[in-house]
Every structure is written in structure tokens, then in C-alpha cells.
Design a protein around this ligand. Structure first.
Ligand code: SAM
Length: 281
């Protein structure tokens, strides 16, 4: 089925199902439409789930996503859904699979759920709900993976998109790096360095000062708490070299290594940066 036809059917089912449910009990933001098994497998594969993960499904339906994560990868699972019957069904299924101690379900509004335990969050919700969740998800711990069946997170560009019958999207929550940073390093001559970084989700650019001169940043990449970029050491025009930085962001500190040059002439150094001013509005 093509995507626009699916979307129409999905929206039509919303029109039919929601008013009836809303009259009986509480309002559901999205009706229960289960994710097909191969799409679940692709979502978990794309997120790189392992037995160290806690996989949480927001609007967990009959519990199939966290239960599959536990069965296939030995992950722990969490699910929240507003519908008490679906929560009951999920618990019964987890019990039957011998996973009652690894997978937990709660009847709760997903907007009120505590997401702090999750290392992977799975989503199959409508675009409006995804838009409302965007900021909350962006503020989760850097490195948390978000994987969605069919719908995007507003204007936050995914880190990866795959298609196995349906679209699946992956986002890795990036560290917050915007602002002004001052560096120390063991590069030859211990040059003074500053960077001014701008950030929109995982997209980062900026410019800096290297040894009191304007310096361009190249190939800036941010994935979770890991940042990489390059700059050119042009202090000696006869002996220019690219410097390849990689580091881990931990709040207002970044620490890592920098490789100056390539091949046999490459040298390895350490660097540390401290944020000295927040991002300009
Ligand atoms: C499209 S289904 C997805 C079910 C499951 N995640 C899957 O992929 O198979 C959406 C689910 O979200 C639940 N839901 C809708 N609004 C919710 C809310 N505000 N809080 C928690 N669950 C909600 C519905 O009951 C439904 O089970």
C-alpha cells in the first residue's frame, strides 16, 4: 500500500474510532494500529538495540515492540498506553513469554510518562503528536536513540531513514554544544583556540580562532555526545596541516584527541574545551 493511501486510511480510522472512544471514556490521541512484525524488526535493528538497552514504546498498544526487543535482543522493555485493555493484554503476553520481569507496562498518558530510564524510544504516532513530543525528546540524555514508524519528528531531520515496507526514521539525541568554547591542547606550541558553535538539533556549524587568527571549522559532525570536526593549522604556510578533532561532550566540557596531519607525518595530541558562554539567542 502506498504511503498516501495508508495515511488516508489511518486518518479515516481516526475519524471513525476516536469519537466513539472519546464518548465512552477518555480521549485517545492515536488509535491502536499495530506495527507489522518486519517493521518492528527493522526499527530495532536501525536503533542498534542490544541487551544493555531499555526500549520504551510510547503508545505501546498490545506491547509488541518492547516484548520483541526483549525476545530478540534480551533488552529490557517499557510500554505506556492510555488504553487499560491494551495494557492488560500486553502484561498477559509478557507473562506468557516468560518476560514479566524484563518488560513492564503502565496505563498512562505518554505526555506524562517518565522517559529517563529509556535508552531507545520507539514511536508509532501521528504527526501532530510527534511535533508535540519533539522538544521533550530533544532534551533527553545525549545518545538516546529515537526510532519512528512512518512519521517524522517535526522539522528535526533524521540521522537515518530506511524502508522495509514502511519508512523508519532514526534520531540520536545530540549533546547541546551551542555557545562559545575555549580550548587547551597539547598541539605543538600550545596554540590558543576558541570556537563559537551554532546548533540546530544535530546540525552544527561554527567558526573559531586558532592562534589569534580566524579559523574555519570543517566537516562538523555531532552524534549523541560525540563531536568530530577538522581545522587547518596554518601558522606556518610552508608546513600547513589539517587537524582532525574528536571528542566527547559532557555538559560544559569536551575532551578528546586531535590528529595533526595524515599518514606517517601524523601526530596525536589531546584537547579539552570548556564552554565560557551560552549560545547567543
Ligand atoms: C498507532 S498505535 C501504535 C501501537 C504500538 N506502538 C505499535 O507500534 O504496534 C498508537 C497507540 O497509542 C495509544 N495512545 C494514543 N494516545 C495516547 C496517549 N496520549 N498516551 C498513551 N497512549 C496513547 C493508543 O491507545 C494506541 O495503542
Amino acid at each position: 500500500m502506498n504511503k498516501s493511501l495508508f495515511l488516508k486510511l489511518f486518518l479515516l480510522s481516526l475519524l471513525l474510532v476516536l469519537p466513539a472512544r472519546a464518548q465512552e471514556k477518555q480521549y485517545f490521541d492515536v488509535p491502536f494500529v499495530p506495527t507489522p512484525h518486519v517493521v518492528i524488526e527493522e526499527m530495532l535493528r536501525l536503533a542498534g538495540v542490544t541487551d544493555k538497552d531499555v526500549v520504551m514504546d510510547l503508545g505501546s498498544g498490545d506491547g509488541r515492540l518492547p516484548i520483541t526487543a526483549a525476545l530478540l535482543y534480551g533488552a529490557r522493555g517499557l510500554g505506556v498506553d492510555l488504553d487499560p485493555e491494551l495494557v492488560e493484554q500486553s502484561r498477559a503476553w509478557a507473562e506468557a513469554a516468560g518476560l514479566a520481569d524484563r518488560v513492564r507496562f503502565q496505563q498512562q498518558d505518554l505526555f506524562k510518562a517518565d522517559l529517563s530510564e529509556a535508552t531507545v524510544i520507539t514511536l508509532y504516532l501521528l504527526p501532530g503528536i510527534m511535533g508535540r513530543l519533539q522538544q521533550t525528546l530533544y532534551n533527553l540524555k545525549p545518545g538516546t536513540r529515537l526510532v519512528s514508524h512512518d512519521f517524522r519528528l517535526g522539522d528535526w531531520q533524521p540521522d537515518a531513514v530506511t524502508q522495509i515496507r514502511k519508512n523508519t526514521f532514526l534520531w540520536v539525541v545530540p549533546a547541546k554544544v551551542a555557545g562559545q568554547w575555549r580550548f587547551e591542547s597539547t598541539l605543538p606550541g600550545k596554540p590558543e583556540m576558541e570556537l563559537e558553535l551554532r546548533q540546530k538539533f544535530q546540525e552544527v556549524d561554527g567558526y573559531g580562532k586558532f592562534s589569534s587568527r580566524h579559523a574555519q571549522m570543517w566537516e562538523v559532525k555531532l552524534r549523541g555526545d560525540r563531536i568530530t570536526f577538522a581545522m587547518v593549522d596554518d601558522r606556518d604556510r610552508e608546513n600547513e596541516a589539517a587537524m582532525y578533532f574528536e571528542g566527547r561532550v559532557n555538559g560544559d566540557v569536551i575532551e578528546g584527541q586531535v590528529r595533526r596531519g595524515t599518514g606517517k607525518s601524523q601526530t596525536l595530541h589531546t584537547w579539552r574545551a570548556v564552554r565560557i558562554a551560552a549560545a547567543k539567542p
